[in-house]
Design a protein. Structure first.
Length: 378
């Protein structure tokens, strides 16, 4: 078991309890700890969490801090519905950032990259839940969610991202995002905080895109363009990625902090059908050529999709998030946060297959307690 900078159970104990003392049977930290353990074992709903408390015996329940029969589904429902989600997310986010910072110290010289992207909780949205689109900041390497912000829908990400960035340490870190968030005020916020950005440029920034296209359409002038290429073979296709970078716009563009622009070409060949596909992507970054070679920029652009592969896809496929129909109060966001915690803890321990990890923990439930920082007494 790889030690954490601070056990999760200590963080859960800091969450303020909104309930009145009268009639309260279980500590809030114990309820949240049981929920985390249940999700680590692959349980997907608050009804299943109540079953987890009854499936593994009194010894585990007692270790979690319960002195009576473990909570029923109605208790989880009431707690999750009225939990101070903003405080809960902030506490968990700081804990995740401590994990990322600790990992960076263990790997000296490795800069931390974060990806910004949104995800809609489709099952909850279908049943009328408000604010079921969540904008997240996820660490590329660990897949840890550092912050999560509820927004009305995808189009509101642009206004909500400022609040999200306030919750994340940006100094010395690189932030990647898709074209929707390629906005001047976002670039300025990141640069002012001491961070760097890698942004994809599409038609929502027509003038910037036209300037970049012109740079790569004409022969190099005043600077030396650099190129890097990677090949991938698998899943019935051969994919070639070629990125070309240039510093030609550094002194001419008004885009905040711009140092390099890049042209990324993806060529995909499908041997079985003989078909070919070509995609061209443009982008900007505040990273200089000394800090980010073409190879490194290509890694960062590809690494942005770790937020899909390591977080969103796992939540959908392993935890069946898109079919979850919870819709009352804060429940959709709380459940998403619990899934983020489980994914982060398992990835911290080195698991790459989260579904297999959940099955393994479910077979040895004492490991779930150890993951959140509770050691069973012999």
């Amino acid at each position: 078991m790889i030690a954490q900078p601070r056990p999760l159970i200590e963080v859960l104990a800091e969450i303020p309890d909104f309930r009145k003392t009268r009639g309260k049977r279980h500590a809030l930290a114990s309820i949240l700890a049981l929920a985390c353990c249940a999700v680590l074992c692959g349980y997907r709903s608050y009804s299943a969490m109540a079953e987890w408390g009854r499936n593994y015996g009194w010894r585990l329940v007692h270790a979690l801090g319960f002195r009576h029969q473990p909570p029923c589904a109605a208790t989880f429902y009431r707690v999750f519905r009225h939990l101070d989600c903003e405080t809960f997310e902030a506490k968990i986010g700081r804990w995740a950032q401590e994990m990322v910072a600790h990992s960076a110290t263990l790997h000296e010289g490795q800069e931390t990259a974060l990806g910004l992207d949104g995800k809609t909780l489709r099952g909850s949205k279908k049943h009328g839940a408000p604010g079921v689109h969540l904008l997240s900041a996820v660490a590329h390497d660990l897949g840890l969610t550092l912050a999560q912000q509820s927004v009305a829908d995808k189009t509101n990400e642009i206004t909500a991202v400022a609040t999200l960035l306030e919750q994340v340490v940006l100094e010395g870190r690189m932030v990647t995002m898709d074209a929707l968030l390629t906005q001047k005020h976002i670039a300025q916020t990141i640069v002012d905080a001491g961070g760097d950005y890698v942004m994809v440029v599409k038609d929502n920034q027509p003038q910037l895109r036209a300037d970049i296209e012109l740079v790569f359409a004409m022969p190099p002038w005043g600077d030396v363009q650099q190129t890097a290429t990677t090949w991938d073979i698998g899943h019935g296709r051969i994919e070639r990625r070629t990125i070309t970078t240039s510093e030609a716009l550094e002194s001419f563009s008004e885009w905040p902090g711009l140092r390099q622009v890049f042209h990324l070409e993806r060529q995909v060949h499908f041997p079985k059908s003989g078909q070919d596909r070509l995609e061209v992507v443009y982008g900007v970054t505040s990273l200089s050529s000394a800090r980010a070679t073409p190879s490194r920029l290509l890694e960062l652009v590809r690494g942005h999709w770790h937020i899909e592969n390591k977080s969103h896809w796992v939540r959908d496929v392993t935890f069946d998030e898109d079919r979850s129909q919870v819709r009352c109060g804060q429940i959709p966001q709380v459940m998403a946060a619990l899934r983020n915690i489980a994914i982060g803890l398992l990835r911290w321990q080195g698991y790459t297959n989260i579904a297999a990890a959940c099955r393994q923990v479910a077979a040895q439930p004492a490991r779930a307690l150890a993951l959140i920082g509770i050691e069973l007494e012999n």
